[in-house]
Design a protein around this ligand. Structure first.
Ligand SMILES: *Cc1c(COP(=O)(O)O)cnc(C)c1O
Length: 461
């Protein structure tokens, strides 16, 4: 019998979880206006709201916290971080920022202007936000298979080269400041981009002399998928794969709250001296001096170590296997989930789970609320509420899919926590025909309404 994989670490410090009862949670979620973002974390048993900044640091990272050099300029902690980023990415220039969107703000301030087009593979919402804020357009060139929930394509984050070629060929080149590839792609949940696809995108960009940047929040998880799914890379180390991925581009923005395994942080790294120089000015204006960019010295030290740990195969295998363990258990229980599973989250398909609740009554939100009440598990609705209203008609913008995302924090929960989540969902699934309530909106913000929306329970017909 094959030995199971194990977490390549043991536990030295624990944080207690406050338990609660179904009756308490019914009351709390009502007080929170049926919005899971409004719950204080003490009222949550297992928090799968996001994998961003919620991971557990290692003892070596905590040791770095003690050694942080808080000098304003040229601190040792900065040098440590710069050195590992250069080594991992091969890019010669490095600028720290306080998180991923700050890196986007600095880089895009240098490169994006009104009327520009920025093609990519389903841009992350802050990326799109920073493009649209500058009155430019994010053009999605993701392969069609990404939007087909029944497709088991191994690299659903890939760019459709033909779509990209068409965008480039049908627009003036000076309107396309760069192409951005998100690794892994968030569409349909942390889907990877293959090395083959990165090479093809890079070749096309070089042909037209367009720079290629990476939105790298989950670059290490992407490298893991390349290693296990692309034969050519089976014997390569994660660090070798990472180096090759970045060798095809001109720079990257990073949210270190993901694959940096820190609670806060980010950076930019670049190949071009001129772009670097432009970025330094914006960094000083928005973030801080170029050797800290909004991060404390100790945080830069912890990030340096985190990047090294996140690019080790044993860590990535247990990380992704844990996510997939939850996905596989749900499949065994017959609970409808999106496949193939991505790197950082499992997506429950509310359309197939509770079709008896109308879309207009926010079925994915109803399911997320039920999961909270039943077991104290906090996921997040990725459905009609999050999709907002049409800016012109103000009607609900019904998305293709109604999902509940269960994002798994790094190194934070154990397999028995995953089992708890799976069984909670199974129990709800087994009684899904008894679902009694949908929801209606009582108050909402004009945009990004999901964070602050207030809901009321309504009986379903
Ligand atoms: C989280 C994330 C960002 C933004 O980073 P923050 O650190 O949250 O500001 C950008 N792109 C992707 C793909 C992300 O996952």
């Amino acid at each position: 019998m094959q030995l199971p994989y194990i977490e390549p670490y043991k536990i030295k410090m624990v944080e207690s979880i406050k338990k609660s009862t179904v009756e308490e949670r019914k009351q709390w979620i009502k007080e929170a206006k049926y919005n899971l973002f409004k719950l204080s974390s003490d009222k949550v048993i297992i928090d799968l709201l996001t994998d961003s900044g919620t991971g557990a640091m290692s003892d070596m990272q905590w040791a770095e916290m003690m050694q942080g050099d808080e000098s304003y300029a040229g601190s040792r902690s900065f040098e440590k971080l710069q050195s590992i980023v250069k080594e991992l990415t091969g890019f010669p220039y490095f600028i720290p920022t306080h998180q991923g969107r700050a890196a986007e703000n600095v880089l895009f301030s240098s490169l994006v202007k009104e009327g520009d087009l920025v093609p990519g593979n389903s841009h992350f919402d802050t990326t799109k936000g920073h493009i649209e804020f500058r009155k430019a357009t994010a053009v999605d060139c993701t392969i069609d298979e990404a939007f087909d929930t029944s497709s088991l394509h191994p690299f659903k984050g890939n760019v459709d080269i033909q779509k990209l070629q068409e965008v480039i060929a049908s627009n003036p080149l000076e309107k396309i400041p760069f192409v951005i590839l998100t690794l892994t792609c968030n569409t349909a949940g942390g889907q990877p981009v293959s090395m083959q696809n990165i090479r093809e995108v890079s070749a096309l960009c070089k042909q037209y002399n367009i720079p290629l940047y990476f939105d790298s929040a989950r670059f290490a998880e992407n490298a893991y998928f390349i290693k296990v799914r692309e034969e050519e890379f089976a014997d390569k180390s994660i660090k070798e794969i990472v180096k090759e991925m970045f060798s095809y581009g001109d720079g990257m923005t990073m949210s270190a709250k993901k694959d940096g395994i820190v609670n806060m942080g980010g950076f930019i790294s670049l190949r071009d001296a001129q772009v670097y120089q432009q970025c330094t000015t914006f960094n000083i204006m928005y973030e801080g001096f170029i050797t800290y960019g909004g991060m404390s010295g100790r945080d830069m030290g912890a990030l340096a170590r985190g990047l090294d740990e996140a690019t080790e195969f044993d860590y990535l295998e247990s990380r992704i296997q844990q996510v997939h363990y939850l996905g596989n258990r749900l499949v065994e229980f017959g609970v409808p989930v999106q496949q193939p599973f991505g790197g950082h989250a499992i997506y429950v398909d509310a359309d197939r789970f509770v079709p008896n609740i109308a879309k207009a009554e926010y079925r994915a939100q109803a399911l997320a609320i039920e999961l909270y009440i039943t077991a104290g598990i906090r996921g997040v609705e990725i459905g009609t509420i999050m999709a907002d209203r049409d800016p012109v008609t103000r009607d609900n913008r019904y998305p293709k899919l109604e999902l509940v995302r269960l994002a798994i924090p790094r190194r934070t929960y154990t397999l028995s926590h995953m089992e708890y989540v799976a069984v909670a969902l199974k129990n709800i699934y087994d009684t899904r025909h008894e679902a009694k309530f949908g929801y209606e909106i009582k108050w909402e913000a004009p945009i990004m309404r999901h964070f602050t929306v207030e809901l009321e329970k309504i009986g379903i017909n």
